[in-house]
Design a protein around this ligand. Structure first.
Ligand code: GLU
Length: 288
């Protein structure tokens, strides 16, 4: 099977340095493998969306030399596919409606483990839908972070796949679309390492393939926190792409040439020096 990678930004703000690192990292892995690199806009959470940010992210990427090999997939146009996956789980008895409030779950550390809702159904109030999680430990080898294990019942519990408002969760949409786009390797930030066991379990429930996972270190701010789009942190300037691109390559420890005609040329030269095995493991600041 030929390699397919992707970059899947949420439109919660402009492209920032942390997401540029994820975009460049996933692009380098795809091109190094002689594969394709796809784009997906994860616009399934209107309350968190910043108007105009999807267009601004999509306009910025080509300025950094990052051009997708297929038309962009918008999750807001994929609701029928999420409905079908949800229905598959419902018919198989793997999901249940849940009226438990956050405060009711607080006693159990916010984790729902009963496999059914223990609150009383609230007439007239839509439920959330949770995936029933067995006592199973999901083990996988992250291509960068090494062997991982997570006991789903102990560490995650029955998790929400459709929210009270009727919106599908990131976990469900991501799994359905990684399979739909034929993604063979997911390269993304380490903050999503913790979601991976849930996604692998959902793939098993839905009969979908599991890609390889490679979680990149995070760029941290001065206080050791992840740079976050929603905080409008560190936007990068598509009108002057080379400095940010050089910093992204330095963060990923990819040797870059001193001279480059433009962003595409800089990336092409960096690709010639790129070895996935040399990517750094640990999150940290960008000192370049
Ligand atoms: N949409 C997510 C984000 O912007 C990334 C999801 C993924 O790569 O699986 O953080």
């Amino acid at each position: 099977m030929s390699y397919r990678g992707r970059f899947a930004p949420s439109p919660t703000g402009q492209l920032h340095f942390g997401s540029l690192v994820a975009a460049v990292g996933s692009w380098l892995c795809a091109r190094h493998a002689g594969g394709e690199w796809l784009l997906r806009v994860e616009d399934i959470d209107p309350p968190r969306e910043v108007p105009g940010s999807a267009a601004s992210i999509l306009a910025a990427l080509p300025a950094f030399g990052l051009v997708a090999d297929a038309p962009v997939l918008f999750q807001s146009q994929r609701i029928a596919a999420y409905d079908a996956a949800f229905e598959q789980l419902r018919v198989a008895g793997q999901v249940f409606p849940c009226w438990c409030s956050r405060s009711e779950l607080a006693g159990a550390g916010g984790i729902h483990r009963d496999g059914r809702c223990v609150a009383l159904p609230q007439p007239g109030q839509a439920p959330a839908w949770r995936l029933r999680v067995p006592d199973i430990t999901i083990a996988f080898d992250d291509a960068l972070q090494g062997p991982q294990r997570q006991n789903l019942r102990g560490e995650v519990g029955d998790f929400v796949i459709r929210r009270v408002e009727g919106l599908y969760s990131y976990q469900l949409a991501c799994v359905v679309d990684d399979a739909f786009q034929g993604i063979t390797e997911v390269v993304r930030g380490q903050d999503l390492l913790d979601s991976t066991a849930r996604q692998i379990w959902l793939q098993r429930c839905l009969g979908l393939p599991t890609p390889i996972y490679r979680h990149l270190p995070l760029v941290l701010d001065g206080e050791g926190r992840k740079l976050s789009k929603s905080e409008q942190a560190f936007p990068v300037d598509p009108a002057d792409p080379l400095p940010a691109l050089r910093r992204a390559l330095a963060f990923l420890r990819v040797p870059a040439p001193a001279m480059a005609a433009d962003a595409g040329d800089l990336l092409a030269q960096a690709l010639a020096n790129f070895e996935p095995a040399d990517l750094p493991h640990c999150s940290g600041h960008s000192f370049a």
